[in-house]
Design a binder for this molecule. Sequence first.
Ligand code: SF4
Length: 352
Amino acid sequence: MSATAHLETRHDWTLADVRALFQQPFNDLLFQAQTVHRAHFDPNRVQVSTLLSIKTGACPEDCKYCPQSGHYDTGLDKEKLMEVQKVLEAAAQAKAIGSTRFCMGAAWKHPSAKDMPYVLEMVKGVKRLGLETCMTLGRLDQEQTQALAEAGLDYYNHNLDTSPEFYGNIITTRTYGERLQTLAYVRDAGMKICSGGILGMGESLDDRAGLLIQLANLPEHPESVPINMLVKVKGTPLAEAEDVDPFDFIRTLAVARILMPKSHVRLSAGREQMNEQMQALAFMAGANSIFYGEKLLTTTNPQADKDMQLFARLGIQPEAREEHDDEVHQAAIEQALVEQRDSALFYDAASA
Ligand code: SF4
C-alpha cells in the first residue's frame, strides 16, 4: 500500500482486499483504521442521534431478527402511527439532551398514501426545531422519495442487513434488489443515505465482508453506516443465535472505517449490551456516531447520562450539526451536557 493509499476513496473493493484487511493482526487493523479516521474526522467528536419509533409492530416483513415483525410472537405492544404533535415533543426533548439528528422509524413494508401527509408534517416540524431529520419507513417509490426530499428530509435509513448471499436466510419478503432500488431513489432525490447491517445472525466472515463491499461499492458511500450487534429477542427465530466475538465486532467497525473513510460509522443497536471498554475500542476503531434510544426520551434519562459520562471520561465531545458551523449551536449542546454532568443523576449513574 502506498503512503497515501488510506486517503483514497474507493468503490472497487474485492472480497480478497477486504479479507486481507480482516485478517491483519488486531493492533495493525486498529492502527490503520485510526489513521484513516484521523485523516477525515476529529477523532474526539462523536455524532449523537436520537431514534423514535413512530409506528411500532405488526410489520408484514419477516426479518428474522426483528421483534416488530408480525410473523413472530414477541409480546410487543403494537402502536398506530404517532400523532405529529407527540413526535415533535419527543424531538424537542432529544434536542435538549444534545442530539443533533432525530430519526423516526415506522414498521412498515412501505408507507401508505394515507400516512404520507402525516409523515411529511413530521419532517417539516422536526426541521423547524433545528434538528437534522432521518426516517426509516421501508421501501419507497420514486414519488414518495421525492415528497420526502421536498419536505426537507436529510437522511433516509434503509439497511442492507447482510451480504447478498446470506440475505435469503434472514428475510424472504423483500429482495436485496428492492433495497438497492430504494437506496438509488433516495440518492437520486438528493437525500443522504444511512445504510448498514447487523452482526450476529449466523453470518460468516465473508458475509460481513460482503455487506461492507456492497455499501462501499455503491456509486457514493452512504453518509451514515450503522453497524448493529444483534439484540436477541425471545420469540424471534434468532433468539438463540450465537454471540459475536467482541473483537470480531470491533474488527468489522475498523474495516467499515477503512472502506468508507468519510462516512459516519455508527455504533448502533446492541450498544447497551457492550461494556465501556468495548465502546471505547469501537471509537478507536473509527465509530463516530451513536444513538440515544427512544426509551431514553424521559425526564430522568439515566442512559443518556451514562453515555455522556463515558464521553467525558474519554474526552469525547458530541459533534455539531454538519451544516451548523455557528459556534452558538455547539455551545448550546455543550451547555446542555455540562448541566447534565452537574446533575446529581450524572454521578448516580457513575456508581450504577
Ligand atoms: S422491515 Fe423493519 S420493522 Fe419490519 S420486520 Fe423488517 S426490520 Fe422489522
